[in-house]
Structures are given as C-alpha cells and as structure tokens.
Design a protein around this ligand. Sequence first.
Ligand code: M6R
Length: 616
Amino acid sequence: MCGIVGYVGAKQALSVVVEGLRRLEYRGYDSAGVAVVADGALSVRKRAGKLGSLEELLGADPLPDSTVGIGHTRWATHGAPTDSNAHPHVDEHAQIAVIHNGIIENHAAIRQRLLAKGVHFSSETDTEVVAHLLAHEYPSTQGDLAEAMRRTARQLDGAFTLLALSAADPDVVVGARRNSPLVVGCGLGENFLASDVAAFISHTREALELGQDQCVELRADSITVTDFDGNPARARAFTVDWDAEAAEKGGYDLFMLKEIAEQPRAVADTLAERIGSNGQLQLRELDSVSSRLASVDQIVFLACGTAYHAGLVGKYFSDHFVGVPSVVELASEFRYREAPLGDNTLVVAISQSGETMDTAMAVRHAKESGALVISICNTQGSSIPRESDAALYTRAGPEIAVASTKAFLTQVVAVQLLLLQIAIIKGSSDDLELKSMIKALADLPAQVDLALDTVEPARQVARELVGAKSVLYIGRHVGFPVALEGALKLKELAYMHAEGFAAGELKHGPIALIEPGVPVVVIVPPMGSPMQIREKILSNVAEVQARGAKTVVIATAGDEEAEKVADYLIRVPLTPLLLQPVVATVPLQVLACELATAKGHDVDQPRNLAKSVTVE
Ligand code: M6R
C-alpha cells in the first residue's frame, strides 16, 4: 500500500524518482506525486489517477532541475483519491514536504491540537498532520530535519514510513519507519530510500533494511541511522539477489503473463541447493531452530489471501508427514482471537511481500506468546522475516502483478520443504516415503514447465465463459485450496462472482446455486490418488452436470474417467496428489487472466487493490 521513493545524488532527482515510482506502482495507483528542492524552494506536483496522469502534468508544468527529491504512489485510506489528498503534503508555508505509507492512528487528535493553534489544513488525509508537526519542530532544531523527524515520529501512533524534504536543506532527505517498510539503496555519490528495493535496483543492489522505530538521514555521500531518540542505530545490510531486468515485462504484454511463464524457473530456484545431489534436504536457514523443531507439537499456518491458500495446502502435507495437530488461520482473525500458543507451537507465517500488516501483527502476537515463528517470504529486507525466528525465502523474484501467481507456487513448495524437514527431524514419517516425496519435489520444475501447456486450452475455455455471471470451483483434499485460489483469481481480476467449495460441501447448500449453464471448475485428483477421493469428486461432477452445470475439468493427462464428465477438459501433468496444487493452479491463473483481458480490465493493477496490504 503506497509506494515511496527518495533520492539524493548527482542525477536529476525527478527522473530517478519517477522511474522508482513506475516500479512501485503495483503498491497503489490511486494518485501520485513528487517534490524537489531547487533554488531554496520546494516544488510539488501531484495528481489523482495512475502515474501516467502525473507524468502528463509534469509535461505540462515541469519541475525545476534538482538533485534531491521524493515521490509517492497512493492507495487511499483517509480521504478520497483526489489531487488535494495526493502526496506529498506540505506545511502552510510550503517549506517542508512529506510522503507517507501507513496509517497515523492518532491523526484526529493531532489535527484538533493543530487546528486549535490556527493551522490550516488542505487535505482530508491522516498524513498532513505530519507536515505541520515537522514545520513546528524544525525551527528549534537548528535546521536539523532528522531531529525534527524524530521529534515528530515520537508523537505518532500507528504504522508509518515517512520521507521528508525541506526547502532550507537541499542536500538531505530524511525518513522514519514504524510497522511499514523502508529500505535504503546505497550508491556511489548517491543514495536512495524506498518502500521496496525494486525502486532503485537499476542503480544499486546494495541495500540496508531499516529496523523498527528507526530514523535515517540521507545525503549523497552519507547515511546516518538512529533510533527515534537520536541514538546511533544499525540497519541490516544485504545485497539484492535479482537484477533490474527481473522487474521488467521482458516482452510480455502483462506482468501477470510473464510471471505465469516464470513459474518453472521460480520453483526450480526455490528448490535449488535445498535438495542435495544425494537427495537429502539441506535447509541451512533452519539450523538455528532445529532443536526447537524437534519438540513442535502444534503447527499454526498464518497468512492472508493467496498465501492463506498455500497454508491450507501445507495443512494436508503436515497431517501426512508431520502428524501433529495443525490449523490454518487468516492472520486478520487470528490476532484478535485468544488462540492458545505455547513454546512448542510452530507458527508458519506465509507472505510474498513480507509486509502484509495483518500477518506481521499476527507474527508479533505469536512471538509474544512464546511460539517459534518461521516465515516463508519472497521479499528481502521486509518486516515479517525480520521478526521471525527463522525465514525460508521463496526465490520467485519480484512479483509485480497484483494477482499472485509464481509466489503461490513457490510458497507451496517452500512450505512442503519446511514440513519435510520437520518430519525428518522428528522422525515422524517413513524414510522411503520421505525420499520419494523429495524426489517428486525435485522433479517439480519440469512438471510446472509441462503445466504451461495448459495456457492455450485455458484461454479457449475462457472465451466460452465470458458471458457467465458466476463461476464455481470445487475440489477435495488439496484440490480444495486450489478451488479457493482459482475463485480468488477470478474475483480480483475479472470482477466476476466466483466461489471455491470443498466438493463434499455442495450438497449442504451450494448446490442450490447450480442452474443450467453455470460453469463449475473441478479439480480432479491425479490418477493413483486414494480411490475414495477420486470417486467422490467424480460423483460430485456428475451431480452438478445432472443439474445443467457446464463442467471445466482439470485432470491428469490420460484420466479417462475425468474426461467422461468434462464439458471442457484441461489436462495437467501427473504428480503425487500432495503436489498437484503446483500444477493444477496454472490453468486457473490463465483462465482468470484471459477473462479479465476479454472484459477489458487492467490485469496487472485491478481496481481497488494493491500488492502489499500494509494497513489492517
Ligand atoms: O504479500 P502477501 O503474500 O502477504 O499478500 C497476501 C495477500 O494480500 C495476497 O496474496 C493477495 O490475496 C493476492 N493479491 C491474491 O492474488
């Protein structure tokens, strides 16, 4: 939610900042704005709409040359997406400009206090109070914008990443963070601040991850990090392990199409070096927690959205290999329940961005309760892995399209690696079966490659479904989370009503939704799966077909029984049942993408959404 960029160096700040915003636009795209300092004055341009609208404005009303600047792309929380609510916000004398990601929870009280002092507000945002607070603090700091920022940050509650510029100091950008992401890009004679490394990856791969309640003063040749009281603080240094090209469309029309196509590579990278040539698992990231893993007696998977579906797949895997009680919780609900957690509880937090506020807060709660927390995350320098006891990174590379694709597949794989490792440590599973599952995992990249052959068939089915009002998805066992994931993709991209059901639940109510012509997508377990599961879902398909549904059957190539009940058939490669989500999800991603395209929607940036949900 909201992307922010800051730059100080020798280049034209505006072009660096706008290029950074282009790469962060996935975080929010309601409005955008920039500010620079030149000739002792602050210049701001901002406009409602996507970044393109701001670029038009900059064309018509250019900013002066400057080597220091900040920029923002917004996902509205307080105040409609209008020009005046767009960031940056400035104080009454236009001396200080500020941009913000997060929510200032005590903004109403601060606004009242400032109004009583006669301050005039020009927006409905929570952020504007920060510009006025900074302007009040600044005069008594002898021109130390970082100190003004620290004093301001100490007055704020909630979640914030803030960047500020002062007309009086053309060489500095300051930042502060609490519960929202902020990374520093360390260049030569230039430095960067951003919500995500994607903003500066074309300039530098050397980065610093700011810690909780830290403030940074950025100059072209220095980076000074302190806590909110001004004490020197350390930020964790890291090198970004992907390059700028990975965040480009690379010849595809859509990021989503590119990311779907990248899935075999993403799965291969996530497995790389974690399965040795001898077929042994080697998850070095877990070495520091292996003794605690031995005594785990309960597993709680925490996540939101697509990542939650990866957790659901994990539960089936855990039941089979680890055999301790496990639950999958929506992070937003978990945090406010009184879930019993103990020292032997393992919390597995799954998040592509590592910044989802609901998941981050649930992780904090789990840590405070004494649980062991391991995160599965795709983003270096993000909060959730930092607050976890250990982290297993998926190596999907940057996922720019708002709809999650390659992140989901790699989350499922990473969860499976983690659970196999626990099963090995606990001795909870048969050796031969473990070996065979590790071998099947090692073979997965090739299977995902074959699953890309479903792109064309899925496109054809999409053409048939364009007129549908609603699409239902059903599955059993690990096919159930796949059904949920397929339905979520369709909702968020094609804006169509879609629901995923455990197929066995149909007869308990949802079957009433079936009427002639309703498309029902069915995930049929691969041949070789336990007969009860296959037979039962095949009966469920017959039941909906008998009531006039049009069935879209996702089944293993060569599955003749499934073919018999299919109005439309999409064949996926053969895998063990527990790995089927990794291949069966691919055609469902394509189906949603195609339907959205056919309806003329913006696939990469669907309405009302943002990639990282950093508000609760
Ligand atoms: O970054 P996270 O994995 O924590 O994000 C969780 C959800 O917001 C995310 O998966 C969302 O549901 C996707 N847009 C779905 O495609």
